[in-house]
Write a protein that binds this ligand. Sequence first.
Ligand code: HEM
Length: 439
Amino acid sequence: MPESNDFPRASIIEGVRFTAQVGVPNVIQGLFKKRELPTKVAGVARADLFGFMLIQGLVRKYGPGPFYVRVATDETLFVSDPADIVFVLGGSPEPFASDPPAKKAGMSAFQPDALTLSRDDLWHNRRAFAESVLQTGKPLHSLGSRMAEVAGEEAAGLSGEIGYDELNTGFQRLTRRVVFGDAAADDTGLTALLGTLMSAGNRTPGKAAKGYDELIERIAAYVDAAEKGSLVSLVAKAPHDDATAVPGQLIHWLFAMGDTLPANLTRALALIGSHPEQRREVYAELEGVDVGAARSIAKLDHLGGVIQEAMRLWPTTPMFGRVATSDITFPDGRVLPAGTQVLMSNLFNHRDSARIPYADRFAPGEWSRGDAGQSWSFNFFSHGPQGCPGAAMSVFLGQAFLAALLRRATPELISPSLNPSKPLPHGLDLFAIRIGLTA
Ligand code: HEM
């Protein structure tokens, strides 16, 4: 039993600073749809560095175990020790539900039926559906060959100087083709509609935004068509009923594959384009490989490590939370009251030099040869029963896309500058990245 039977508490003033430096910058940047201008300002202000330093100071003072910090008006339990992360994420979604109020109020604008907002039987119902279609846990999806073909075709459209916008345009097309089939390839209207609804989510309205019914109708039409070779062709055989709300599940797949994955791939290219030694290793691995063959692509472990390093260094989910559905007794006997929120910071955990010797370096070998893949400190895909069911597919699509691109061209980072011999910055403005592709 610990000395006190309650978790330590950060002071009121520390809570104010935490809210300002960690909580508020995330809200300004756009919780669900990153906004271009404020992201730039935040980057210039080195908000991520200041947020990191603040958390580091608090963990040194009150950690390494859980402690309370006030975020706006809520007393929130901050968790960063891997053993506590295992306890929390291993216990999701019950008793640690993943629908804390702000997330629910925001996400309801564009995906009120989302798996990540579901609890109890409804979560099990929707999770079984997602795992069946996405083939969670399988090293290679049964539609892997088709995905590789699509990735190769979309990567072929990129040349000259590129950044997130160019890459994302190609990737949105890839996403529509992989999820719905070729009939959706040019349905940019659907992607734009989802973008509008996600921007509405930034205002945390607590209910479906205008246009949601139209989005569902448009998705349902593709689900009904069930084009061969697409993910929706697998829906009929996957467990589902009315409660699953199938079109409502696919919304998450669209923005995670179409927005989040290309953001990470842009940063992966920035790393390859600025680190000559690691770039040589990437090209050595590609030597003689058929970059159109799914099985060969899936074996590109070093390239997979590059993608995961981009996600570790600059996580697209900087922090994430849970909420206690009942009073929860932690392993050391302390009790977290029902309704309390729990917060984990990937920005901090991924760079905590006290635990990670390569914290601020680009170290893809830690994934391909080391044990980074076993660490519960790295939660860009989360962990446990509620971990990302699309994780393996995301890495595979990234490998397929980058392998095809790198086979044709060599990337060189134009801006901003990243110096391989210095610690990498805590923030890397997605919209400032420019990469030159030389044939
Ligand atoms: C690089 C790309 C991706 C990243 C970084 C990512 C990250 C994450 C993270 C951090 C979570 C946990 C969120 C939380 O618990 O608060 C999550 C959950 C989820 N992800 Fe992904 N994801 C990616 C791609 C995908 C793709 C491509 C799909 C589907 C095709 C997908 C489907 C889901 C779903 C359905 C959940 C909710 C799981 C549940 O609540 O049981 N993700 N993802």
